[in-house]
Write a protein that binds this ligand. Structure first.
Ligand code: MRU
Length: 352
């Protein structure tokens, strides 16, 4: 099955089509997004999720916003509408930097076009669609290259642990962490993947297991608390995950639970890799301590599949992400190359 998590259909009057990831794996349903409000809701409720996919989807939001202009607006009013849409979408989720990176690109392009002497609203509209399409296409290419750069780290006979979902569903292309595995599989390597189920929202069991099954890669779902035991039994030879934001020094935020996996991998002498495109790096912050961590609805923890699983009124802590320090990361796999033992100098050198 061709997994297209995010797809723009048509020209400036088009719509955004998303795979509704809230309903996988039981149902494969496409969501048609026609307004900025609907897109904000889709991002916030994880219909579309994964750092690169959020950025790509949000880039199309201002294109939708301009479809809703009424009367005879001026170019300035159209530009204001674009900027307002960008600000609103930036409030949908705080951690994945790809969202802000993509919206900044749309803002910059819109301002640039609006300053041109012959600029029209049609021109503005077409230009931001072109920019969104470029963000989409670049993401596809970055994913492909991440796979090519990382596949050598996976060998036949490996057991590979992954956490959350960093596959095609999380990007415009073939994923980041899973792109590495897809490439290794294409090269004929025989390995097995263990997918942490990834409580509370089960991106590992619902999405990663689904994607790997579709691709014909052997996958076993485990509860998050089983990973350490598997490592001890010698069944895991590498861990690979994606990231939502990587600071200048290499500290990386990813789905809650990633940090524990990295600590356990270090204890067992297992390499821990993070695969991410350059759009996931935030060189404006020195370390992971500055990464804002999203806190989500307590009900994600107190209810499971619609059933109450904790007493009424109990306190809940539900951060969506945690930060793994660079010193626990064996290498960062990017589209530009692999950064072994990442630190500020090595990251700047490769990404500059
Ligand atoms: O809350 P989510 O599902 O958006 O979290 C996603 C992750 O943590 C992914 O690992 C990360 O965004 C990388 S996706 C290529």
């Amino acid at each position: 099955m061709n997994v297209e998590a995010v797809k723009w259909i048509g020209g400036t009057d088009g719509i955004l089509e998303l795979i509704d990831q809230r309903r996988l794996p039981a149902e494969f349903v496409k969501l048609k997004v026609r307004s900025v409000e609907q897109l904000h809701e889709a991002i916030h409720t994880l219909a579309v999720r994964g750092a690169p996919a959020i950025g790509v989807a949000a880039a199309y939001g201002p294109v939708l916003a301009l479809q809703w202009l009424t009367g005879r607006p001026s170019l300035q009013e159209a530009l204001d509408q674009v900027l307002k849409a960008c600000d609103y979408l930036a409030s949908s989720r705080p951690t994945a930097v790809n969202l802000f990176w993509a919206l900044d690109r749309i803002r910059a392009r819109a301002r640039e076009v609006a300053e041109e002497p012959q600029a029209t609203i049609q021109h503005l509209h077409a230009s931001i669609l072109t920019e969104a399409n470029a963000i989409y296409a670049e993401d596809v290419e970055m994913c492909r290259r991440i796979g090519e750069n990382g596949e050598r780290l996976i060998r036949s006979g490996f057991g590979v642990l992954t956490h959350c979902n960093a596959g095609a569903l999380a990007t415009a292309g073939q994923g980041t962490a899973l792109s590495v595995l897809f490439e290794a599989h294409t090269k004929g390597k025989q390995f097995e993947v263990y997918a942490d189920e990834t409580r509370p929202l089960l991106q590992g069991s619902r999405l990663t297991a689904w994607e790997l099954q579709q691709a014909g890669i052997k996958v076993t779902v485990i509860c998050d608390n089983m990973a350490g035991s598997l490592m001890k039994q010698g069944k895991i030879h590498a861990v690979i995950t994606g990231a939502d934001r990587i600071a200048a020094n290499g500290d990386a935020a990813n789905k809650i639970g990633t940090y524990s996996v990295a600590v356990m991998a270090r204890h067992h002498g297992i390499p821990f890799y993070i695969a991410a495109p350059s759009s996931t790096f935030d060189l404006s912050i020195e370390s992971g301590a500055e990464i804002p961590i999203e806190q989500r609805n307590p009900e994600e923890v107190t209810r499971f599949a619609g059933v109450q699983t904790a007493p009424n009124g109990v306190a809940v802590y539900n951060p969506a992400f945690d930060v793994t320090e660079a010193k626990l990361i064996t290498a960062l796999i990017t589209e530009k190359g692999v950064i072994e033992s990442p630190n500020t100098e090595r990251i700047r050198e490769l990404l500059a």
